[in-house]
Design a protein around this ligand. Structure first.
Ligand SMILES: [Zn+2]
Ligand SMILES: [Zn+2]
Length: 302
């Protein structure tokens, strides 16, 4: 058994319906451990936020990218959302700095984001099945581009995804964070997920930071955090602060992705077509670490 097979060796419930592979279990432990490590001092927070993307990069570079498909990023996503939600509801809300209606806006956007993410995955699967059923046109038939991997003719504007092992109509890319392809069948749900998630992350971060830090009035009723020097005196408050920073970073990344898709729609193309149009570089996994980090964390060109 080589290292890759050992890495992939499943663990879980014997005879159970589902088995989790090692790569999917890592985030369940890593995200809470890193959160507590980051909450110790300001220096720990800075070190954790700088080193975590690099660690994930090396894990991806050395192991994950050799797997046909990994649930590592999906599990990281789920663990983070659950943890952020728990910290917010158990620690931030009892501080009584937040109005009930503010909490409701936050909860509705979280539920909306999760609902749209679920639909994105469901529609991706059913979309793939529909495409497979309606386009089983054997070699030699006319119409559509020939996919050499599926060995059948794919509908126009369909591209093959090696992870989903099928051709996906109007494919954008394979989203690692949801572990499914984004394409014509689920783009609207995916964009809904990005919109709700951006609101939940950024608004949740703002509510958290203005609760644990000294706030100041920015415009009208909008508060921004001012002095956060006291947060490390109590572990639970430090944990709120760390979750607020994490939430803000995640929110900005999601917002950037949402703006990217709005721009693609504006110019009338898909991420996949644009990557092909840019010719060369885009899809390859080279040695440029910064570029690869972008690919890993922004779901592009994979
Ligand atoms: Zn194909
Ligand atoms: Zn895919």
């Amino acid at each position: 058994m080589n290292i890759l097979e050992r890495f992939r060796a499943p663990c879980g419930w014997r005879g159970g319906a589902k088995q989790l592979s090692v790569d999917a279990v890592i985030p369940l432990i890593a995200v809470p451990v890193l959160s507590f490590a980051a909450a110790q001092t300001l220096l720990c927070t800075i070190i954790t936020f700088v080193t975590t993307p690099i660690l994930v990069y090396y894990l991806h570079h050395n192991f994950l990218r050799f797997l046909l498909r990994t649930k590592f990023f999906l599990m990281w996503n789920i663990t983070s959302v659950v943890l952020l939600m728990l910290v917010f509801e158990i620690t931030v809300v009892p501080l009584l700095e937040i109005l009930p209606e503010e909490n409701w806006v936050f909860v509705i956007s979280v539920v909306g984001g999760i609902g749209c993410a679920y639909q994105t995955r469901v529609k991706a699967d059913s979309g793939n099945q529909d495409a497979a059923l309606s386009h089983v046109i054997e070699l030699g038939d006319t119409g559509g581009e020939l996919c050499t991997t599926c060995r059948r003719r794919a509908p126009p504007l369909a591209y093959h995804c090696r992870m989903c092992q099928t051709c996906v109509l109007r494919r954008e890319y394979h989203c690692k964070w949801l572990d499914c392809c984004v394409g014509g069948s689920n783009l609207r749900w995916y964009m809904g997920c990005l919109l709700f998630s951006a609101i939940a992350f950024i608004y949740g971060s703002n509510l958290t930071m203005t609760s644990v830090c000294h706030p100041f009035i920015f415009i009208g009723t909008i508060l921004l955090p001012d002095d956060c020097s006291d947060v490390y005196h109590q572990l639970d408050i430090a944990l709120c602060f760390v979750s607020g920073v994490y939430s803000l970073l995640a929110g900005l990344a999601v917002l950037r992705c949402l703006l990217y898709h709005l721009w693609l729609i504006w110019i009338g193309t898909t991420a996949n077509e644009r990557r092909l149009a840019l010719a060369g570089g885009g899809g390859s996994y080279g040695h440029d670490m910064l570029k690869n980090l972008g690919h890993i964390f922004c779901c592009k060109a994979c």
